[in-house]
Design a protein around this ligand. Structure first.
Ligand code: APR
Length: 320
């Protein structure tokens, strides 16, 4: 059986890391696409040359033409610009919206059957725009945010509790921005919910609140340290987890920016919700019940995403 084809649209920091991870995991043959000439070709060659030591079989190719993504099974989109210190994800909107138009049209023409994972920020608005520009089915276009935000939360919790990250599960929903909603009640260590761990004296409410806030600011913390760009290792790993769930029909329950129409009281918008990813893309939205405080936070986050979508429509009337 032929190997799956994975097209990485954007061969920058995240794109290169995605290519390396996909190769090491032998998820398929890889096309690195970018408008910058030489960058995708150079990265493809460099990563291919790690194959003999790592021991993977994957064809790795760099490209500047959308024709090379023809027939891709998965497209992961990082094309656009990242943040610099002092910028919010929302500051990227104007530039990256134009990029989503060309990427969406390229995917529609050359890889209309792909499962498309968007990483470009501001995430919830960009995945919505990418879906609009591409015209692909909603269940095949999804944004990567919740897996990353949850991973950040899990990491901080594992350090606080001095337990393996593998035993910490966590849920972060809502938009990928300052209003994201880490759901403490649904986050556990070995199945024990965080509020119970506070009651057991494993941590204090104050410390837990601090971890929640650090999770919300997780991307900005790294931007502030790097100064020249934003995080790329964990974002790439998170998107690969989603791609693998699709390619291997794993039916993983992963929080993603998915199109929600009906569940969680929403009527037709992209936002971070729990989903099941399998061979049909987003196969289910998990319609969890939130308490009043959680719902209020989620509503605020939904409003922030709606504001960004309205800003996109104001910039590009074809989206209105
Ligand atoms: N088509 C294809 N590639 C493009 C386009 C375009 N229209 N415009 C820009 N690019 C490419 C750039 O040439 C660059 O190689 O996108 C790549 C982006 O790479 P980086 O600048 O290294 O950014 P990265 O850190 O990978 O982040 C990409 O993901 O998390 C988000 O906020 C982040 O929006 C940013 C995106």
């Amino acid at each position: 059986m032929a190997r799956p084809k994975i097209a990485l649209i954007g061969a920058g920091q995240i794109g290169g890391t995605l290519a390396h991870l996909a190769a090491i995991k032998e998820l398929g043959d890889i096309i690195l696409f970018d408008i910058a000439e030489g960058t995708p070709q150079g990265k493809a060659l460099d990563i291919a040359q790690s194959g003999p030591s790592e021991g993977f079989d994957a064809v790795m190719k760099g490209a500047n033409s959308y024709e090379d993504i023809a027939g891709a099974d998965v497209c992961i989109v990082t094309a656009g610009v990242p943040r610099k210190p002092g910028m919010s994800r929302d500051d990227l909107l104007g530039i990256n919206l134009k990029v989503m138009k060309s990427v969406g049209e390229g995917i529609a023409k050359h890889a209309p059957n792909a499962f498309v994972i968007c990483i470009t920020n501001p995430l919830d608005a960009m995945v919505w725009a990418l879906r609009e520009f591409s015209g692909l089915p909603h269940n095949k276009v999804v944004g990567m945010a919740g897996v990353l935000d949850s991973a950040r939360f899990r990491h901080f919790l594992s350090v606080e509790f001095n337990v393996s990250m593998r035993d910490v599960t966590a849920f972060v929903l809502g938009g990928h921005g300052d209003t994201m909603v880490p759901l403490v009640r649904y986050s556990t260590v070995g199945g024990i919910p965080l509020p119970d761990l506070v009651a057991m004296g494993w941590t204090t409410q104050e410390k837990l609140d601090g971890i929640v806030q650090r999770t919300r600011d997780g991307g900005a913390e790294i931007v502030g340290l790097l100064k020249t760009g934003s995080a790329f290792y964990a974002p790439a790993t998170s998107a690969i987890e989603m791609a693998e769930a699709y390619l291997k029909d794993q039916k993983r329950l992963l929080p993603c920016a998915a199109y929600v129409d009906g569940a969680l009281g929403l009527d037709g918008m992209y936002v971070g919700v729990p989903t099941i990813i399998g061979k049909d893309g987003i196969e289910r939205i998990v319609d969890i019940k939130m308490d009043d405080a959680e719902q209020a936070m989620f509503d605020k986050s939904v409003d922030a995403v709606k504001g960004l979508v309205a800003a996109c429509k104001a910039i590009d009337p074809s989206l209105a």
